[in-house]
Design a protein around this ligand. Structure first.
Ligand SMILES: C[S@@+](CC[C@H](N)C(=O)[O-])C[C@H]1O[C@@H](n2cnc3c(N)ncnc32)[C@H](O)[C@@H]1O
Length: 301
């Protein structure tokens, strides 16, 4: 253990890893993750190791916010939006840490999922002949994806088509933040404070999107919510669920330093969960963003 504490102090004294150190730093985190997995490191020891990072794991850094979870869970709207915007700490002594966080493969995957969403939206708009399209976005967080979609849509060839979003989110502060961000599009967005598990609607949507929620759910809750949301999909429409893959090179960093635990699921597991939710085999399709880390379970109807 002493060797790990000494190593933590080494990185802290350097102000964090520089890009040329990333490989070495990641290998060390993998070594620790291996020890935790094999039961060679108790949770108290892991917490002592985290303490050795001092300010580098304080709320001044992205990894510190993720560890401390001020909103009750990792990956809150603030962290996610800072990933989208590549927003760094204002403390110059801690910048290397935020740069490391923002350059992880997982952070790239999160930024890529915003592009995936915008592409998906554009193809839904192009394929539909409806003048007005209503979309359901579950666990909308900062709604940066919706905001950027509208920025492009209002300049694009389909700008005459009316797009309306219903955004379900249970965190008041996330809603306030998203409303401020999307101020100019508020006629087209209805933010609803609700727990996704209790949300219900009479509407039927051509697209229901949910990213950054299902990978926090165990299989039982995954199936429950999939069944429920699939009911709200219109005939010919689809439910698209984002979930981190079992291939995630950033997992040791997330788990060792941030206690950021997700239900990582590969394509076979996601497909089986879709079957278990009653979705016919020929309606299931798995997509992925360029990193191959964030998978998207498409359930057509
Ligand atoms: C990781 S963020 C993802 C935000 C957004 N979908 C994105 O991809 O940028 C997850 C969001 O889900 C919200 N959330 C988590 N559980 C929820 C639930 N049961 N019902 C509604 N919102 C929930 C959180 O408050 C948070 O804003």
């Amino acid at each position: 253990m002493k060797k790990h504490i000494d190593n933590a102090s080494k990185w802290v004294n350097r102000g964090g890893p520089s890009p040329t150190d990333y490989e070495e730093f990641n290998s060390w985190l993998e070594e620790i993750a291996g020890e935790v997995e094999q039961g060679q490191m108790a949770s108290q020891t892991l917490s002592d190791l985290q303490d050795a990072f001092g300010e580098a794991l304080s709320p001044k850094t992205l990894q510190g916010i993720s560890l401390r979870k001020p909103r009750g869970y990792a990956g809150d709207f603030e962290v996610i939006d800072r990933v989208y915007q590549r927003s760094l700490t204002t403390d110059p002594d801690l910048i290397k840490w935020d740069n490391f966080f923002l350059n992880t493969r997982a952070a790239h995957a999160v930024r890529n999922r915003k592009a995936y969403f915008i592409d998906l939206m554009n193809s839904v708009v192009e394929q539909s002949e409806e003048e007005r399209l209503e979309i359901l976005n579950v666990a909308s967080g900062p709604a940066r994806d919706v905001f950027e979609f509208f920025n492009q849509h209002h300049e694009g060839p389909n700008r005459d088509r009316h797009i309306q979003f219903d955004c379900v989110e249970f965190d008041d502060v996330a809603i306030l933040y998203a409303q401020t961000l999307c101020f100019e599009y508020m006629e087209n967005i209805n933010f609803m404070k609700a727990n996704a598990f209790r949300f219900t609607t009479e509407k039927r949507f051509p697209l229901i999107w949910s990213a950054g929620l299902f990978d926090y759910l165990d299989d039982r809750r995954f199936i429950f919510l999939t069944k429920r949301l699939y009911e709200f999909v219109d005939e010919g429409g689809e439910l698209v669920i984002g979930n981190f893959s079992d291939y995630n090179p950033s997992r040791p960093y997330m788990e060792v330093l941030m206690d950021w635990r997700l239900h990582h699921r590969g394509p076979e597991v996601l497909t089986q969960l879709a079957r278990d939710s009653g979705v016919p085999e020929n309606m299931i399709y798995i997509g992925k963003e360029p990193e191959g880390i964030n998978l998207f379970l498409h359930l057509k109807k």
